[in-house]
Design a protein around this ligand. Structure first.
Ligand SMILES: [Zn+2]
Length: 311
């Protein structure tokens, strides 16, 4: 009997210790990612992630462009990194942020928008404005960030095909070439710096995440849109990619279009020949001249599947 009681007391102490431990434990915090500032031209910077850290980190690459009238940003990373972006800007200029261009709606590119002054001019493609003002959406689309009082952060400047912001050496050209990663991907050229921010139409030298399910993206049109961008954007030397930790160069974008469209063509040819998605994936190899591009198996499978499905 005594033995049973003793065991009961020990068990109770164990339960209490567990409860106390749970109460004392703070919710697990995401580790803070470091930001790394790269000078691209005398008035243009890429605010990127630390290559020593893994995963999504702070989100997509931010361009910081110093104009006569203020600072223009392309993309604002994940919500919570707005103050980090401002701290990095303060190291290079006292000018305020006056313009934010979002390459597309995703939370890791527009998350910080609401952390800036609500007087900032937010500029996006008209389809991205529609995504941001949706009634409901999956978290990746980030529409919940712009509800209630935060509706003041919904973009007031939109365009459909092409638009130029600022004048003279500050000129920034915005292009839209069609669906791809989402249905509202903007290509942004800093004319004087001969530099292009591609957003997630060229995130890195690997296959893209295609937001077909929520963002109305398209695997088939992704390839056509890449071709139109390569043909339609003049005078670019440097690429600020969506997520790559370093800048890339124009030829990388040209090769990316060849790489991606080669997979679309292989999928179409395989389907026409009666092959399965697995057959096409199993027989695909990255061409030797494009070997710096990575065809990650999961991404390859989904690109080929979407092409088979006509999406
Ligand atoms: Zn994205």
């Amino acid at each position: 009997m005594r033995r049973v009681v003793c065991l009961g007391v020990v068990t109770m102490i164990g339960v209490l210790a567990t409860v106390v431990a749970n109460v004392a434990q703070e919710p697990a915090e995401e580790p803070r990612a470091n930001l790394v500032l790269h000078e691209v031209a005398h008035n243009l910077y890429m605010l990127a992630n630390d290559p020593a850290e893994q995963g999504m980190r702070s989100g997509g690459n931010t361009a910081v462009f110093l104009t006569d009238s203020g600072v223009a940003l392309v993309d604002t990373k994940i919500y919570g990194y707005g103050q980090d972006i401002l701290a990095e800007i303060a190291k290079i200029t006292p000018k305020p942020v006056t313009t934010i261009i979002n390459t597309h709606t995703h939370y890791d590119h527009s998350g910080g928008n609401v952390e800036f002054s609500d007087t900032v001019n937010i500029v996006v493609h008209e389809n991205t404005a529609a995504q941001m003002s949706r009634e409901t959406c999956e978290p990746v689309t980030n529409c919940d960030a712009f509800k209630g009082d935060n509706a003041v952060y919904l973009p007031k400047t939109t365009f459909s095909d092409r638009m130029t912001l600022f004048d003279g050496p500050d000129s920034v050209d915005l292009y839209y070439f069609g669906r791809g990663h989402t249905d509202g991907d903007t290509w942004i050229v800093f004319r004087n710096a001969r530099t292009l921010h591609t957003g997630d139409m060229f995130a890195r030298k690997g296959l893209p995440f295609l937001d077909v399910a929520n963002g109305n993206g398209s695997a088939l049109e992704f390839g056509e849109t890449l071709r139109k961008a390569v043909d339609g954007i003049p005078d670019v030397d440097i690429i600020i990619p969506g997520h790559n930790d370093e800048t890339l160069v124009w030829d990388d974008l040209v090769n990316y279009s060849t790489f991606y469209n080669g997979i679309v063509d292989a999928a179409k040819a395989g389907q026409a020949a009666g092959q399965s998605v697995e057959d096409v994936v199993g027989s695909y190899a990255v061409p030797i001249e494009l070997r710096d591009f990575n065809a990650e198996p999961g991404r390859l499978q989904s690109v080929v599947q979407y092409v088979f499905d006509g999406q």
